[in-house]
Ligand binder design. Sequence first.
Ligand code: ATP
Ligand code: MG
Length: 409
Amino acid sequence: MMIPIPEQSLVLLIGPSGSGKSTLANAHFLPEDVLPGTGNEAKLHDEVARRLKQGTLTVIDGVPLSAESRRHYVTLAREHHVALVAVAMDTPEPLCLERNRTRTGSHASPRALRNQVQQLQNALKGLTKEGIRHVHVLTPETMEAVAFEHRPLPSHRQDEHGPFDIIGDIHGCFDELKALLTELGYTVAPRADGAPGFDVGAPHGRKVVFLGDLVDRGPGVTNVLRLAMGMVEAGTALCVPGNHEIKLLKKLRGKDVRVGRGLAMTLEQLEREPPGFSQAVADFIEARFPHYVLDDGHLVVAHAGLKEPMHGRDTPEVRDFALYGETTGEADAYGLPVRADWAQQYRGQAMVVYGHTSVPESEWVNNTVCLDTGCVFGGKLTALRYPERELVSVPAQRAYWESRGHAAP
Ligand code: ATP
Ligand code: MG
């Protein structure tokens, strides 16, 4: 049995006295990662909050066996966007009793133990419903063989220092992409080996970062995909997915999605490609991470941006924010979700570069910048040179798509 432990997790060890919580903690975690779950509760909660804010793995040995105690940790994990993992020790009462009889130090009385065993059985029915996403139940047998796999978060790429050329929403505007890359000093040529795709030469160790929404609406979707996929494979680009890629992925994996006109254009273009290409596209999208923290934490890239407490975190909420942004729950005159302006509230140190919502001009707002300048609507395709902080744009050759809200010229 293997239990994955993401780099930043709050791990709750739950079980009656003598069930083996401390033994498990000793065997599988570093002493500095483990906090005893008993004692001064307020102090413990403060300490846990402090650790989670820093993203430090925290294991609580012996969370009191009440729903109320667990609720607090559910809230803390949510607030700090870390994974919450419960490991419940389902050790039979006679065995706990026997172990407690022969051990030294303090532990529960037989009567208290009986109560705890009952409380654990009740808890086992409802841990998931309490909002704990990862629940693992260990028995004395599985305890012997269990392994914990510490997983680094793939968004952490602080060791990538660039320099970068970060490119906003392309939406199949291949001609403009080629023009922009050329303007940035890259060379784009058909692949030398004759296979479909492109050889892209990067100037002076620079790297492209694609901000997602490469597909849909525009005429050159498959060429954009081939170019981006080739560059990522060659190590000359990073790419985060946009909401349009995620929807395409669902469609390619056979899920039931509503196919709008923009996605239909992508599907038509994919149909003209050799067999296997769609599969390769789906695999490519699936392997992407919704955001990256780059350059010692000075730069964060995500399709729809990311507020500071979510930087370098990985929960479904963080993924959703990176892909779709923050919405207020209201709809605008066109029935589209009203987007809350996280950038106006942003006070973080890291520069956040994103796309998603098209703007006439890229403008700096509290060290954040949106590079979606509506190329597919007839605007322009924009890149940010990092660390130079220089914006470079090429105009759209024409409007390929009419946007709701601001009509294309
Ligand atoms: P408490 O809630 O009282 O702190 P605990 O769940 O932390 O209990 P442990 O201290 O890990 O329980 O284990 C209680 C006793 O049982 C210890 O003396 C320990 O050595 C023994 N023990 C734990 N696990 C095993 C095991 N798998 N096989 C044999 N003995 C074990
Ligand atoms: Mg213990």
